[in-house]
Design a protein around this ligand. Structure first.
Ligand code: B1M
Length: 215
Protein backbone atom coordinates (compact mmCIF):
# COMPACT_ATOMS: atom_id res chain seq x y z
CA UNK A 1 0.00 0.00 0.00
CA UNK A 2 1.37 3.45 -0.92
CA UNK A 3 1.65 6.22 1.65
CA UNK A 4 -1.51 8.02 0.43
CA UNK A 5 -3.61 4.86 0.53
CA UNK A 6 -2.24 4.22 4.01
CA UNK A 7 -3.26 7.73 5.10
CA UNK A 8 -6.79 7.16 3.73
CA UNK A 9 -7.01 3.80 5.45
CA UNK A 10 -5.77 5.21 8.78
CA UNK A 11 -8.34 8.01 8.57
CA UNK A 12 -11.06 5.39 8.24
CA UNK A 13 -9.51 3.60 11.24
CA UNK A 14 -9.31 6.92 13.13
CA UNK A 15 -5.60 6.61 13.86
CA UNK A 16 -4.53 10.25 14.39
CA UNK A 17 -0.91 9.58 15.29
CA UNK A 18 -0.33 7.47 12.23
CA UNK A 19 -2.09 9.97 9.93
CA UNK A 20 0.09 12.75 11.36
CA UNK A 21 3.30 10.77 10.87
CA UNK A 22 2.38 9.50 7.39
CA UNK A 23 1.33 12.96 6.22
CA UNK A 24 4.74 14.28 7.31
CA UNK A 25 6.36 11.31 5.52
CA UNK A 26 4.43 12.14 2.33
CA UNK A 27 5.57 15.79 2.54
CA UNK A 28 9.17 14.61 3.07
CA UNK A 29 8.82 12.40 0.00
CA UNK A 30 7.91 15.56 -1.96
CA UNK A 31 4.37 14.44 -2.71
CA UNK A 32 2.39 17.58 -3.59
CA UNK A 33 0.17 18.86 -0.77
CA UNK A 34 -2.84 18.80 -3.07
CA UNK A 35 -2.26 15.10 -3.81
CA UNK A 36 -1.95 14.35 -0.10
CA UNK A 37 -5.19 16.26 0.45
CA UNK A 38 -7.22 14.69 -2.36
CA UNK A 39 -5.82 11.17 -2.52
CA UNK A 40 -5.06 10.68 1.18
CA UNK A 41 -7.06 12.80 3.62
CA UNK A 42 -10.16 13.54 1.53
CA UNK A 43 -10.18 10.02 0.08
CA UNK A 44 -10.31 8.65 3.63
CA UNK A 45 -13.02 11.06 4.75
CA UNK A 46 -15.06 10.21 1.63
CA UNK A 47 -15.14 6.59 2.77
CA UNK A 48 -16.12 7.72 6.30
CA UNK A 49 -18.86 9.96 4.86
CA UNK A 50 -20.24 7.14 2.77
CA UNK A 51 -20.19 4.69 5.71
CA UNK A 52 -21.95 7.28 7.88
CA UNK A 53 -24.55 7.88 5.16
CA UNK A 54 -25.22 4.13 4.99
CA UNK A 55 -25.51 3.80 8.79
CA UNK A 56 -22.48 1.50 8.84
CA UNK A 57 -20.76 3.76 11.39
CA UNK A 58 -22.07 6.36 13.84
CA UNK A 59 -21.18 9.78 15.27
CA UNK A 60 -18.35 8.63 17.61
CA UNK A 61 -16.49 6.93 14.75
CA UNK A 62 -16.97 9.99 12.53
CA UNK A 63 -15.52 12.22 15.25
CA UNK A 64 -12.48 9.98 15.68
CA UNK A 65 -11.86 9.91 11.92
CA UNK A 66 -12.39 13.66 11.67
CA UNK A 67 -9.80 14.16 14.41
CA UNK A 68 -7.37 12.00 12.42
CA UNK A 69 -8.03 14.12 9.34
CA UNK A 70 -7.33 17.26 11.35
CA UNK A 71 -3.97 15.79 12.43
CA UNK A 72 -3.00 15.51 8.76
CA UNK A 73 -4.50 18.89 7.83
CA UNK A 74 -2.28 20.59 10.43
CA UNK A 75 0.74 19.58 8.41
CA UNK A 76 -0.46 20.40 4.92
CA UNK A 77 -2.66 23.47 5.58
CA UNK A 78 0.27 25.95 5.32
CA UNK A 79 1.54 24.21 2.19
CA UNK A 80 -1.90 24.37 0.58
CA UNK A 81 -2.10 28.07 1.36
CA UNK A 82 1.27 28.56 -0.35
CA UNK A 83 0.16 26.53 -3.37
CA UNK A 84 -3.16 28.41 -3.44
CA UNK A 85 -5.13 25.27 -4.02
CA UNK A 86 -8.53 26.17 -5.31
CA UNK A 87 -11.15 25.33 -2.73
CA UNK A 88 -14.61 23.98 -3.50
CA UNK A 89 -16.04 27.11 -1.90
CA UNK A 90 -15.89 29.16 1.28
CA UNK A 91 -18.39 28.36 4.03
CA UNK A 92 -19.09 30.43 7.14
CA UNK A 93 -20.44 28.12 9.83
CA UNK A 94 -21.90 28.74 13.25
CA UNK A 95 -24.48 27.69 15.82
CA UNK A 96 -27.06 30.44 16.17
CA UNK A 97 -27.36 32.96 18.96
CA UNK A 98 -28.41 31.55 22.34
CA UNK A 99 -27.47 28.00 21.39
CA UNK A 100 -24.40 26.26 22.77
CA UNK A 101 -24.82 22.91 21.00
CA UNK A 102 -21.85 22.58 18.68
CA UNK A 103 -21.16 18.86 18.31
CA UNK A 104 -23.21 18.47 15.11
CA UNK A 105 -21.92 21.74 13.68
CA UNK A 106 -18.34 20.62 14.32
CA UNK A 107 -18.95 17.35 12.48
CA UNK A 108 -20.43 19.25 9.55
CA UNK A 109 -17.38 21.58 9.59
CA UNK A 110 -14.92 18.69 9.59
CA UNK A 111 -16.67 16.77 6.83
CA UNK A 112 -16.99 19.89 4.68
CA UNK A 113 -13.30 20.60 5.18
CA UNK A 114 -12.61 16.98 4.30
CA UNK A 115 -14.60 17.47 1.09
CA UNK A 116 -12.35 20.41 0.11
CA UNK A 117 -14.31 23.43 1.37
CA UNK A 118 -12.64 26.35 3.06
CA UNK A 119 -14.31 26.76 6.49
CA UNK A 120 -14.65 29.83 8.67
CA UNK A 121 -16.05 28.48 11.92
CA UNK A 122 -17.61 31.22 14.06
CA UNK A 123 -18.29 28.77 16.89
CA UNK A 124 -21.46 28.56 18.96
CA UNK A 125 -23.88 31.23 20.26
CA UNK A 126 -23.10 33.40 17.23
CA UNK A 127 -24.91 36.76 17.20
CA UNK A 128 -26.80 37.72 14.03
CA UNK A 129 -24.48 40.70 13.52
CA UNK A 130 -21.45 38.41 13.58
CA UNK A 131 -22.86 36.25 10.75
CA UNK A 132 -23.66 39.39 8.76
CA UNK A 133 -20.29 41.03 9.44
CA UNK A 134 -18.47 37.86 8.47
CA UNK A 135 -20.55 37.47 5.29
CA UNK A 136 -19.59 41.03 4.33
CA UNK A 137 -15.89 40.65 5.04
CA UNK A 138 -14.96 37.07 4.19
CA UNK A 139 -16.21 36.67 0.62
CA UNK A 140 -18.11 33.52 1.53
CA UNK A 141 -20.18 31.44 -0.89
CA UNK A 142 -22.32 29.78 1.77
CA UNK A 143 -23.49 30.60 5.28
CA UNK A 144 -24.28 27.49 7.30
CA UNK A 145 -26.29 27.74 10.49
CA UNK A 146 -26.96 25.07 13.07
CA UNK A 147 -29.58 25.10 15.86
CA UNK A 148 -30.59 22.40 18.34
CA UNK A 149 -33.20 24.26 20.33
CA UNK A 150 -36.72 25.13 19.24
CA UNK A 151 -36.19 28.42 21.08
CA UNK A 152 -33.11 29.36 19.04
CA UNK A 153 -34.02 28.16 15.54
CA UNK A 154 -35.94 31.44 15.07
CA UNK A 155 -32.54 33.17 15.00
CA UNK A 156 -31.94 31.53 11.62
CA UNK A 157 -34.89 33.49 10.26
CA UNK A 158 -33.58 36.73 11.81
CA UNK A 159 -30.12 36.15 10.32
CA UNK A 160 -31.54 35.56 6.84
CA UNK A 161 -33.73 38.66 7.18
CA UNK A 162 -30.69 40.70 8.23
CA UNK A 163 -28.79 39.48 5.15
CA UNK A 164 -31.77 40.28 2.91
CA UNK A 165 -32.10 43.76 4.46
CA UNK A 166 -28.62 44.76 3.37
CA UNK A 167 -28.98 43.04 -0.01
CA UNK A 168 -26.31 40.46 0.79
CA UNK A 169 -28.49 37.40 0.38
CA UNK A 170 -28.47 37.39 -3.46
CA UNK A 171 -24.83 36.43 -3.82
CA UNK A 172 -24.86 34.05 -0.89
CA UNK A 173 -26.44 30.67 -0.30
CA UNK A 174 -27.74 29.80 3.15
CA UNK A 175 -27.90 26.23 4.42
CA UNK A 176 -29.29 25.13 7.76
CA UNK A 177 -29.46 22.05 9.93
CA UNK A 178 -29.88 20.68 13.44
CA UNK A 179 -32.28 18.28 15.12
CA UNK A 180 -35.42 20.50 15.19
CA UNK A 181 -34.97 21.81 11.62
CA UNK A 182 -37.11 20.59 8.72
CA UNK A 183 -37.30 21.30 5.01
CA UNK A 184 -40.62 23.06 5.61
CA UNK A 185 -38.96 25.42 8.08
CA UNK A 186 -36.09 26.01 5.64
CA UNK A 187 -38.57 26.93 2.88
CA UNK A 188 -40.50 29.16 5.23
CA UNK A 189 -37.44 31.25 6.19
CA UNK A 190 -36.00 31.37 2.62
CA UNK A 191 -32.96 29.22 3.34
CA UNK A 192 -31.48 27.74 0.17
CA UNK A 193 -31.17 24.29 1.65
CA UNK A 194 -31.57 22.01 4.63
CA UNK A 195 -29.53 18.90 5.44
CA UNK A 196 -30.66 16.33 8.01
CA UNK A 197 -27.12 15.10 8.72
CA UNK A 198 -23.49 15.88 8.02
CA UNK A 199 -23.18 13.58 5.01
CA UNK A 200 -26.22 15.21 3.41
CA UNK A 201 -24.68 18.60 4.26
CA UNK A 202 -21.74 17.85 1.96
CA UNK A 203 -24.04 16.92 -0.93
CA UNK A 204 -26.08 20.04 -0.27
CA UNK A 205 -23.03 22.33 -0.17
CA UNK A 206 -21.74 20.82 -3.41
CA UNK A 207 -25.08 21.28 -5.10
CA UNK A 208 -25.37 24.88 -3.83
CA UNK A 209 -21.97 25.48 -5.46
CA UNK A 210 -23.31 23.96 -8.69
CA UNK A 211 -21.21 20.79 -8.36
CA UNK A 212 -23.13 17.55 -8.67
CA UNK A 213 -22.30 15.42 -5.63
CA UNK A 214 -20.56 12.11 -6.21
CA UNK A 215 -22.87 9.15 -5.70
CO1 B1M B 1 -28.98 19.99 25.06
N1 B1M B 1 -30.83 19.80 24.42
N2 B1M B 1 -29.53 21.50 26.17
N3 B1M B 1 -27.14 20.00 25.66
N4 B1M B 1 -28.78 18.38 24.14
C1 B1M B 1 -31.06 18.80 23.38
C2 B1M B 1 -30.92 19.43 22.00
C3 B1M B 1 -32.53 18.32 23.72
C4 B1M B 1 -33.30 17.77 22.52
C5 B1M B 1 -32.49 17.32 24.89
C6 B1M B 1 -33.88 16.90 25.36
O1 B1M B 1 -34.52 17.61 26.07
N5 B1M B 1 -34.32 15.75 24.93
C7 B1M B 1 -33.15 19.65 24.30
C8 B1M B 1 -33.81 20.58 23.27
C9 B1M B 1 -35.32 20.61 23.38
C10 B1M B 1 -35.90 21.52 22.35
O2 B1M B 1 -35.51 22.62 22.14
N6 B1M B 1 -36.89 20.98 21.66
C11 B1M B 1 -31.93 20.28 24.95
C12 B1M B 1 -31.99 21.24 25.99
C13 B1M B 1 -33.37 21.61 26.48
C14 B1M B 1 -30.84 21.84 26.52
C15 B1M B 1 -30.76 22.92 27.62
C16 B1M B 1 -31.80 24.04 27.54
C17 B1M B 1 -30.84 22.15 28.96
C18 B1M B 1 -30.88 23.04 30.17
O3 B1M B 1 -29.92 23.68 30.49
N7 B1M B 1 -32.05 23.05 30.79
C19 B1M B 1 -29.34 23.48 27.47
C20 B1M B 1 -29.28 24.67 26.48
C21 B1M B 1 -27.94 25.32 26.43
C22 B1M B 1 -27.88 26.29 25.27
O4 B1M B 1 -27.62 25.89 24.19
N8 B1M B 1 -28.14 27.56 25.54
C23 B1M B 1 -28.64 22.29 26.85
C24 B1M B 1 -27.28 22.04 27.02
C25 B1M B 1 -26.61 20.95 26.50
C26 B1M B 1 -25.15 20.62 26.79
C27 B1M B 1 -24.26 21.87 26.92
C28 B1M B 1 -25.10 19.84 28.09
C29 B1M B 1 -24.78 19.64 25.62
C30 B1M B 1 -24.17 20.34 24.40
C31 B1M B 1 -22.65 20.20 24.33
C32 B1M B 1 -22.13 20.72 23.03
O5 B1M B 1 -22.76 20.69 21.97
N9 B1M B 1 -20.90 21.21 23.08
C33 B1M B 1 -26.17 19.14 25.23
C34 B1M B 1 -26.40 17.97 24.45
C35 B1M B 1 -25.18 17.12 24.18
C36 B1M B 1 -27.68 17.62 23.97
C37 B1M B 1 -28.11 16.31 23.25
C38 B1M B 1 -28.11 15.22 24.32
C39 B1M B 1 -27.25 15.85 22.10
C40 B1M B 1 -27.04 16.89 21.00
C41 B1M B 1 -25.97 16.38 20.07
O6 B1M B 1 -24.82 16.77 20.18
N10 B1M B 1 -26.32 15.44 19.17
C42 B1M B 1 -29.56 16.70 22.73
C43 B1M B 1 -30.50 15.52 22.73
C44 B1M B 1 -30.57 14.85 21.39
O7 B1M B 1 -30.40 15.46 20.35
N11 B1M B 1 -30.86 13.59 21.41
C45 B1M B 1 -29.88 17.91 23.51
C46 B1M B 1 -25.36 14.77 18.29
C47 B1M B 1 -25.13 15.64 17.06
C48 B1M B 1 -24.10 14.97 16.16
O8 B1M B 1 -26.36 15.72 16.36
O9 B1M B 1 -26.48 18.22 16.66
O10 B1M B 1 -28.40 16.92 15.60
P1 B1M B 1 -26.95 17.08 15.83
O11 B1M B 1 -26.23 17.30 14.42
C49 B1M B 1 -26.45 16.48 13.30
C50 B1M B 1 -27.59 16.96 12.39
O12 B1M B 1 -28.60 17.66 13.09
C51 B1M B 1 -26.90 17.75 11.32
O13 B1M B 1 -25.66 17.09 11.17
C52 B1M B 1 -25.20 16.63 12.45
C53 B1M B 1 -24.41 15.36 12.23
O14 B1M B 1 -25.14 14.41 11.54
N12 B1M B 1 -26.62 19.17 11.48
C54 B1M B 1 -26.47 19.98 10.39
C55 B1M B 1 -26.38 19.88 12.60
N13 B1M B 1 -26.09 21.14 12.27
C56 B1M B 1 -26.12 21.23 10.93
C57 B1M B 1 -25.87 22.31 10.06
C58 B1M B 1 -26.01 22.09 8.69
C59 B1M B 1 -26.37 20.85 8.19
C60 B1M B 1 -26.61 19.77 9.03
O15 B1M B 1 -25.80 23.06 7.80
C61 B1M B 1 -25.18 24.24 8.20
Amino acid sequence: MGVLEQIASDIVEGNSESVHALTQQAVDENIAAVDILNNGLVAGMNVVSEQFKNNEIFIPEVLVSARAMKAGMEIIRPLLAEAQVESRGRVILGTVQGDLHDIGKNIVAMLLEGAGFDIIDLGADVPIEKFVESAKNEGADIIGMSALLTTTMVNMRSTIEALENIDLKKGLKVMIGGAPITQTFADEIHADGYAPDAAAAIDLALSLMGTVPKK
